[in-house]
Write a protein that binds this ligand. Sequence first.
Ligand code: AHR
Length: 328
Amino acid sequence: MLKKSLAGLAAGALLLSAAACGSGDDGGGGSEDGLVVGFAQVGAESAWRTANSQSVQDSAAADDRIADLQFVDAQQEQEKQIDAIRNFITQKVDVIVLAPVVETGWTDILTEAEQAGIPVILADRGIEAADEDLYVTRIGSDFVEEGRKAGTWTTQEFAENDTTRILQLEGTVGAAPANDRNEGFFEVLDSEGFSYELVDSQSGDFTAEGGKAVMETFISTHGLDDIDLLYAHNDEMGLGAIQAIEEAGYVPGEDIKIIIVDGSKAGFQAGVEGKLNYIVECNPAFGDQLMDLVVQVANGEDVEKFTPVEEGAFTADQFEAELPNRQF
Ligand code: AHR
Protein backbone atom coordinates (compact mmCIF):
# COMPACT_ATOMS: atom_id res chain seq x y z
CA MET A 1 0.00 0.00 0.00
CA LEU A 2 1.13 3.50 -0.74
CA LYS A 3 0.44 4.59 2.83
CA LYS A 4 2.54 1.78 4.32
CA SER A 5 5.51 2.46 2.04
CA LEU A 6 5.40 6.16 2.93
CA ALA A 7 5.03 5.75 6.69
CA GLY A 8 7.71 7.52 8.65
CA LEU A 9 9.08 9.62 5.79
CA ALA A 10 9.64 13.33 6.36
CA ALA A 11 6.93 15.79 5.40
CA GLY A 12 8.91 17.08 2.40
CA ALA A 13 9.28 13.60 0.97
CA LEU A 14 5.61 12.97 1.58
CA LEU A 15 4.72 16.09 -0.38
CA LEU A 16 6.83 14.95 -3.32
CA SER A 17 5.28 11.50 -3.20
CA ALA A 18 1.84 13.00 -3.14
CA ALA A 19 2.64 15.07 -6.21
CA ALA A 20 3.52 11.88 -8.06
CA CYS A 21 0.81 9.58 -6.72
CA GLY A 22 -1.81 11.85 -5.15
CA SER A 23 -5.46 12.41 -5.72
CA GLY A 24 -5.21 13.57 -9.30
CA ASP A 25 -7.85 15.68 -11.02
CA ASP A 26 -10.82 13.56 -10.19
CA GLY A 27 -12.52 16.47 -8.39
CA GLY A 28 -12.58 14.84 -4.95
CA GLY A 29 -13.34 11.41 -3.57
CA GLY A 30 -9.71 10.32 -4.04
CA SER A 31 -7.84 7.99 -6.37
CA GLU A 32 -8.29 4.23 -6.47
CA ASP A 33 -5.53 3.98 -3.83
CA GLY A 34 -7.69 5.98 -1.42
CA LEU A 35 -7.75 9.54 -0.14
CA VAL A 36 -4.79 11.85 0.23
CA VAL A 37 -5.14 13.95 3.38
CA GLY A 38 -3.06 16.93 4.46
CA PHE A 39 -2.84 17.47 8.23
CA ALA A 40 -1.44 20.76 9.58
CA GLN A 41 -0.84 19.95 13.24
CA VAL A 42 -0.16 22.60 15.92
CA GLY A 43 3.19 21.23 17.10
CA ALA A 44 4.56 18.95 19.79
CA GLU A 45 4.20 21.21 22.80
CA SER A 46 2.59 18.71 25.15
CA ALA A 47 2.03 15.02 25.88
CA TRP A 48 -1.56 15.64 24.76
CA ARG A 49 -0.36 16.90 21.36
CA THR A 50 2.02 13.96 20.87
CA ALA A 51 -0.81 11.54 21.69
CA ASN A 52 -3.15 13.35 19.30
CA SER A 53 -0.61 13.21 16.44
CA GLN A 54 -0.07 9.51 17.15
CA SER A 55 -3.79 8.80 17.19
CA VAL A 56 -4.37 10.52 13.84
CA GLN A 57 -1.32 8.93 12.20
CA ASP A 58 -2.12 5.45 13.52
CA SER A 59 -5.74 5.67 12.41
CA ALA A 60 -4.77 6.88 8.94
CA ALA A 61 -2.16 4.11 8.55
CA ALA A 62 -4.67 1.42 9.57
CA ASP A 63 -7.47 2.73 7.36
CA ASP A 64 -7.61 1.31 3.83
CA ARG A 65 -9.70 4.26 2.72
CA ILE A 66 -6.74 6.59 3.32
CA ALA A 67 -3.87 6.35 0.83
CA ASP A 68 -1.63 8.95 2.40
CA LEU A 69 -1.59 11.30 5.38
CA GLN A 70 0.75 14.23 4.82
CA PHE A 71 1.66 15.33 8.35
CA VAL A 72 3.17 18.75 9.09
CA ASP A 73 4.29 19.79 12.58
CA ALA A 74 3.92 23.59 12.59
CA GLN A 75 5.91 24.12 15.81
CA GLN A 76 3.12 26.32 17.22
CA GLU A 77 3.51 28.86 14.37
CA GLN A 78 0.48 29.95 12.38
CA GLU A 79 2.65 30.95 9.41
CA LYS A 80 3.95 27.38 9.14
CA GLN A 81 0.37 26.09 9.14
CA ILE A 82 -0.58 28.55 6.40
CA ASP A 83 2.44 27.44 4.32
CA ALA A 84 1.47 23.79 4.87
CA ILE A 85 -2.10 24.42 3.73
CA ARG A 86 -0.85 26.25 0.64
CA ASN A 87 1.33 23.21 -0.13
CA PHE A 88 -1.63 20.88 0.34
CA ILE A 89 -3.63 23.00 -2.12
CA THR A 90 -0.79 22.87 -4.66
CA GLN A 91 -0.60 19.09 -4.25
CA LYS A 92 -4.39 18.84 -4.73
CA VAL A 93 -4.95 16.72 -1.64
CA ASP A 94 -8.50 15.41 -1.21
CA VAL A 95 -9.12 16.79 2.29
CA ILE A 96 -7.24 19.26 4.50
CA VAL A 97 -7.26 18.74 8.26
CA LEU A 98 -6.22 21.76 10.31
CA ALA A 99 -5.62 21.98 14.06
CA PRO A 100 -5.43 25.78 14.19
CA VAL A 101 -2.87 27.14 16.63
CA VAL A 102 -4.95 30.31 17.13
CA GLU A 103 -8.55 31.28 16.35
CA THR A 104 -8.02 34.25 14.02
CA GLY A 105 -6.20 34.92 10.76
CA TRP A 106 -7.53 32.04 8.65
CA THR A 107 -9.86 33.81 6.23
CA ASP A 108 -7.45 34.18 3.29
CA ILE A 109 -5.90 30.71 3.29
CA LEU A 110 -9.18 28.92 3.89
CA THR A 111 -10.73 30.93 1.07
CA GLU A 112 -7.90 29.67 -1.14
CA ALA A 113 -8.76 26.09 -0.14
CA GLU A 114 -12.42 26.74 -0.84
CA GLN A 115 -11.62 28.17 -4.28
CA ALA A 116 -9.52 25.08 -5.02
CA GLY A 117 -12.50 22.91 -4.10
CA ILE A 118 -10.70 21.20 -1.19
CA PRO A 119 -12.82 20.69 1.94
CA VAL A 120 -11.31 21.61 5.31
CA ILE A 121 -11.92 19.78 8.59
CA LEU A 122 -10.85 21.34 11.88
CA ALA A 123 -9.34 18.88 14.36
CA ASP A 124 -9.00 19.81 18.04
CA ARG A 125 -9.12 23.64 18.12
CA GLY A 126 -11.69 25.92 16.53
CA ILE A 127 -11.50 29.24 14.69
CA GLU A 128 -13.50 32.46 14.97
CA ALA A 129 -17.20 32.25 14.18
CA ALA A 130 -16.89 34.72 11.29
CA ASP A 131 -14.99 32.04 9.33
CA GLU A 132 -17.27 29.12 10.09
CA ASP A 133 -18.41 28.83 6.47
CA LEU A 134 -14.81 28.13 5.45
CA TYR A 135 -14.64 24.70 7.08
CA VAL A 136 -17.00 21.76 6.88
CA THR A 137 -16.84 20.38 10.39
CA ARG A 138 -14.82 20.30 13.60
CA ILE A 139 -14.01 17.34 15.83
CA GLY A 140 -12.50 17.91 19.26
CA SER A 141 -13.17 19.01 22.81
CA ASP A 142 -15.75 21.40 24.17
CA PHE A 143 -13.19 23.66 25.79
CA VAL A 144 -15.80 25.94 27.37
CA GLU A 145 -17.28 22.92 29.10
CA GLU A 146 -13.81 21.94 30.35
CA GLY A 147 -13.51 25.42 31.88
CA ARG A 148 -16.95 25.04 33.45
CA LYS A 149 -15.88 21.78 35.13
CA ALA A 150 -12.87 23.55 36.64
CA GLY A 151 -15.13 26.40 37.75
CA THR A 152 -17.69 24.09 39.35
CA TRP A 153 -15.01 22.25 41.34
CA THR A 154 -13.63 25.60 42.50
CA THR A 155 -16.98 26.86 43.79
CA GLN A 156 -17.46 23.60 45.71
CA GLU A 157 -13.91 23.29 47.02
CA PHE A 158 -13.78 26.87 48.32
CA ALA A 159 -17.44 27.23 49.27
CA GLU A 160 -16.47 28.25 52.83
CA ASN A 161 -13.96 30.93 51.74
CA ASP A 162 -14.76 34.62 52.03
CA THR A 163 -12.82 35.44 48.87
CA THR A 164 -10.80 32.90 46.89
CA ARG A 165 -7.55 34.25 45.45
CA ILE A 166 -6.71 32.72 42.10
CA LEU A 167 -3.74 32.55 39.74
CA GLN A 168 -4.37 31.42 36.17
CA LEU A 169 -1.84 29.95 33.74
CA GLU A 170 -3.36 30.51 30.32
CA GLY A 171 -2.58 28.56 27.16
CA THR A 172 -1.24 30.10 23.97
CA VAL A 173 -2.57 33.64 23.47
CA GLY A 174 -5.43 33.57 20.97
CA ALA A 175 -5.82 29.76 21.01
CA ALA A 176 -9.33 28.37 21.34
CA PRO A 177 -8.60 26.25 24.44
CA ALA A 178 -7.02 29.25 26.19
CA ASN A 179 -9.96 31.53 25.38
CA ASP A 180 -12.64 28.94 26.08
CA ARG A 181 -11.18 27.43 29.26
CA ASN A 182 -10.97 30.95 30.64
CA GLU A 183 -14.54 31.73 29.54
CA GLY A 184 -16.12 28.57 30.97
CA PHE A 185 -14.28 28.87 34.29
CA PHE A 186 -15.29 32.45 35.02
CA GLU A 187 -18.78 31.94 33.62
CA VAL A 188 -19.44 29.45 36.44
CA LEU A 189 -17.75 31.54 39.15
CA ASP A 190 -19.76 34.61 38.16
CA SER A 191 -23.08 32.84 37.64
CA GLU A 192 -22.72 31.17 41.07
CA GLY A 193 -22.07 34.55 42.71
CA PHE A 194 -18.75 33.11 43.94
CA SER A 195 -16.47 35.61 45.63
CA TYR A 196 -12.97 35.54 44.09
CA GLU A 197 -10.03 37.69 43.12
CA LEU A 198 -8.07 36.89 39.98
CA VAL A 199 -4.69 37.91 41.35
CA ASP A 200 -2.82 37.32 38.07
CA SER A 201 -3.30 35.57 34.76
CA GLN A 202 -0.60 35.06 32.13
CA SER A 203 0.18 32.75 29.24
CA GLY A 204 2.63 29.87 29.61
CA ASP A 205 2.08 28.86 25.95
CA PHE A 206 0.94 25.35 26.93
CA THR A 207 4.55 24.31 27.72
CA ALA A 208 6.25 23.14 30.93
CA GLU A 209 9.00 25.74 30.51
CA GLY A 210 6.42 28.47 30.03
CA GLY A 211 4.40 27.34 33.04
CA LYS A 212 7.47 27.23 35.26
CA ALA A 213 8.72 30.66 34.15
CA VAL A 214 5.33 32.33 34.65
CA MET A 215 4.87 30.68 38.04
CA GLU A 216 8.28 31.96 39.16
CA THR A 217 7.14 35.44 38.19
CA PHE A 218 3.84 34.97 40.03
CA ILE A 219 5.70 33.88 43.17
CA SER A 220 8.18 36.74 43.10
CA THR A 221 5.41 39.28 42.43
CA HIS A 222 2.65 38.05 44.76
CA GLY A 223 4.18 35.40 47.03
CA LEU A 224 2.03 32.36 47.68
CA ASP A 225 0.96 32.90 51.26
CA ASP A 226 -2.37 34.47 50.29
CA ILE A 227 -3.05 32.45 47.13
CA ASP A 228 -5.67 29.69 47.27
CA LEU A 229 -5.74 28.24 43.76
CA LEU A 230 -3.71 27.83 40.59
CA TYR A 231 -5.80 27.06 37.49
CA ALA A 232 -3.47 25.78 34.74
CA HIS A 233 -4.92 25.38 31.25
CA ASN A 234 -2.91 22.20 30.62
CA ASP A 235 -0.83 19.53 32.32
CA GLU A 236 2.56 20.75 31.14
CA MET A 237 2.10 24.27 32.51
CA GLY A 238 0.75 22.85 35.77
CA LEU A 239 3.69 20.48 36.12
CA GLY A 240 6.17 23.27 35.35
CA ALA A 241 4.44 25.44 37.95
CA ILE A 242 4.67 22.65 40.55
CA GLN A 243 8.44 22.64 40.09
CA ALA A 244 8.56 26.40 40.65
CA ILE A 245 6.34 26.10 43.74
CA GLU A 246 8.54 23.38 45.24
CA GLU A 247 11.73 25.31 44.47
CA ALA A 248 10.24 28.28 46.32
CA GLY A 249 9.74 26.09 49.40
CA TYR A 250 5.96 25.63 49.20
CA VAL A 251 3.97 22.40 49.08
CA PRO A 252 1.92 22.12 45.87
CA GLY A 253 -1.54 20.67 46.42
CA GLU A 254 -1.52 21.82 50.05
CA ASP A 255 -0.22 25.38 50.33
CA ILE A 256 -1.90 26.09 47.02
CA LYS A 257 -4.60 23.97 45.38
CA ILE A 258 -4.02 23.19 41.70
CA ILE A 259 -6.29 22.34 38.77
CA ILE A 260 -4.85 21.06 35.49
CA VAL A 261 -6.49 20.21 32.15
CA ASP A 262 -5.58 17.20 29.92
CA GLY A 263 -5.04 14.17 32.16
CA SER A 264 -1.71 12.74 31.04
CA LYS A 265 0.07 9.97 32.94
CA ALA A 266 2.50 12.56 34.33
CA GLY A 267 -0.43 14.72 35.47
CA PHE A 268 -2.13 11.82 37.23
CA GLN A 269 1.18 10.73 38.78
CA ALA A 270 1.59 14.20 40.27
CA GLY A 271 -1.98 13.91 41.52
CA VAL A 272 -1.27 10.55 43.17
CA GLU A 273 1.70 12.20 44.91
CA GLY A 274 -0.69 14.82 46.28
CA LYS A 275 0.80 17.69 44.27
CA LEU A 276 -2.44 18.72 42.56
CA ASN A 277 -6.12 18.48 43.33
CA TYR A 278 -8.38 18.29 40.28
CA ILE A 279 -7.91 17.06 36.71
CA VAL A 280 -10.19 18.02 33.85
CA GLU A 281 -9.79 15.52 31.03
CA CYS A 282 -9.08 16.58 27.45
CA ASN A 283 -9.23 13.60 25.10
CA PRO A 284 -6.73 13.48 22.18
CA ALA A 285 -7.68 10.00 20.87
CA PHE A 286 -10.09 10.86 18.08
CA GLY A 287 -8.11 9.56 15.08
CA ASP A 288 -10.66 6.90 14.09
CA GLN A 289 -13.58 9.33 14.25
CA LEU A 290 -11.55 11.85 12.26
CA MET A 291 -10.90 9.32 9.47
CA ASP A 292 -14.63 8.58 9.25
CA LEU A 293 -15.29 12.30 8.90
CA VAL A 294 -12.58 12.64 6.25
CA VAL A 295 -14.23 9.94 4.14
CA GLN A 296 -17.74 11.34 4.64
CA VAL A 297 -16.62 14.86 3.76
CA ALA A 298 -14.69 13.67 0.69
CA ASN A 299 -17.83 11.87 -0.46
CA GLY A 300 -19.89 15.03 -0.02
CA GLU A 301 -22.05 13.52 2.74
CA ASP A 302 -23.78 15.71 5.32
CA VAL A 303 -21.96 15.82 8.66
CA GLU A 304 -22.56 17.64 11.94
CA LYS A 305 -20.80 20.99 12.23
CA PHE A 306 -19.21 19.87 15.52
CA THR A 307 -18.42 16.40 16.87
CA PRO A 308 -17.47 16.62 20.57
CA VAL A 309 -15.19 13.94 22.01
CA GLU A 310 -16.04 12.24 25.29
CA GLU A 311 -14.19 13.40 28.39
CA GLY A 312 -14.57 13.50 32.15
CA ALA A 313 -12.99 15.04 35.24
CA PHE A 314 -11.29 13.52 38.29
CA THR A 315 -11.06 14.39 41.97
CA ALA A 316 -8.13 13.41 44.21
CA ASP A 317 -9.83 10.26 45.50
CA GLN A 318 -9.99 8.95 41.89
CA PHE A 319 -6.38 9.62 40.80
CA GLU A 320 -4.79 6.34 41.88
CA ALA A 321 -7.45 4.10 40.34
CA GLU A 322 -7.44 6.10 37.09
CA LEU A 323 -3.66 6.32 36.58
CA PRO A 324 -3.28 2.85 34.95
CA ASN A 325 -6.01 3.76 32.43
CA ARG A 326 -4.24 6.79 31.07
CA GLN A 327 -3.05 6.33 27.50
CA PHE A 328 -0.60 9.22 27.15
O1 AHR B 1 -5.83 22.09 22.02
C1 AHR B 1 -5.67 21.17 23.05
C2 AHR B 1 -4.61 21.67 23.99
O2 AHR B 1 -3.43 21.86 23.27
C3 AHR B 1 -4.23 20.74 25.12
O3 AHR B 1 -4.93 20.95 26.30
C4 AHR B 1 -2.81 21.14 25.34
O4 AHR B 1 -2.08 20.28 26.14
C5 AHR B 1 -2.32 21.32 23.97
O5 AHR B 1 -1.21 22.07 23.86
